[in-house]
Design a protein around this ligand. Structure first.
Ligand code: G
Ligand code: G
Ligand code: MN
Ligand code: NA
Length: 250
């Protein structure tokens, strides 16, 4: 396919942009960080969302180079932000299979002079679905660098709970499919509450994803989520626009 060959060229020519979506503390509403979300600035088609090229990048193996570029970019951007503000970077299962991932992350931190505590890596259950001893070793190597690890899209996979037993994540990100139904579904509210309690018991913070309304914000807060993300707080935006959020008065 044409897009496939263009993708390799696009990576070589750095046709990508990293957008950032704000993360907030649920109790204080304070900005705590940003999730890095990549876009492809395609010369003909314009700005393409990850869904249109990440799967292809994974199939063709281009994700290794692209993922490394995103990591470097995100760390370099975050190094310019006010000190407590963190950056969260998504990792594909394919990136996770690379032996050199911990070294690559260490190199990105060193190149940007970013404190490891300001970097969080988000992995989905699909990373752990095909897990072996290497997966857990890699996770521990990453944790040993001082970065934190979040389980992304929690609740959408098959056996999420066993993964929480296999590895001490720092954070659980509750999939937005639960959050979006909270107003009308008592089952969704009960699930979010139970996951927040589980996280708390296991010493993990819990982020509610996809918070779009004030009512959803109130419900995730009341049900114990420690952090929030979603359009109610902000859409993904280019690095150059983030300064408006840093200048919030106390
Ligand atoms: O930005 P958008 O809302 O379309 O993101 C869609 C999905 O693409 C997210 O669920 C995320 O997991 C994935 N994604 C976004 N940015 C990256 C990235 O930098 N690396 C990887 N591996 N996946 C990403
Ligand atoms: O899979 P992951 O959670 O990493 O990706 C986050 C995705 O969720 C991105 O595509 C982002 O644009 C999207 N997203 C973030 N906030 C909201 C929201 O409030 N509503 C909806 N519908 N999507 C959101
Ligand atoms: Mn994510
Ligand atoms: Na997610």
């Amino acid at each position: 396919r044409q897009l496939e060959s263009e993708l390799a060229i696009g990576v070589a020519n750095e046709q990508f942009v990293v957008y950032y979506q704000p993360l907030h503390d649920a109790k204080t509403s304070k900005l705590t960080g940003f999730e890095a979300l990549v876009r492809w600035n395609h010369p003909r088609l314009g700005l393409l969302p990850p869904s249109e090229f990440i799967p292809m990048a994974e199939e063709t193996g281009v994700i290794d180079t692209l993922g490394e570029w995103i990591m470097l970019r995100a760390c370099a951007d975050a190094a310019k932000w006010p000190l407590p503000v963190k950056v969260a970077v998504n990792l594909s299962p394919a990136q996770f299979k690379q032996q050199g991932l911990p070294l690559q992350v260490a190199a990105a931190l060193a190149a940007s002079n970013l404190l490891p505590s300001r970097l969080e890596l988000e992995i989905t259950e699909s990373v752990l679905l095909a897990h072996n001893e290497n997966t857990i070793t890699t996770l521990h190597s990453l944790r040993d660098l001082g970065v934190s690890i979040a389980m992304d899209d929690f609740g959408t996979g098959y056996s999420s709970l066993s993964y929480l037993r296999s590895f001490p994540f720092n954070r659980i990100k509750i999939d937005r499919s639960f959050v979006s139904l909270m107003c009308e579904s008592s089952e969704s509210r009960a699930i979010v509450k139970a996951v927040a309690e589980l996280g708390s018991t296991l010493g993990m913070t819990t982020t509610a994803e996809g918070v779009e309304t004030e009512d959803q914000f109130r419900l995730v807060r009341e049900n114990g989520c420690t952090d929030v993300q979603g359009w109610f707080f902000g859409r993904p935006m280019p690095a150059s626009e983030l300064h408006t959020l840093f200048e919030e008065p106390e």
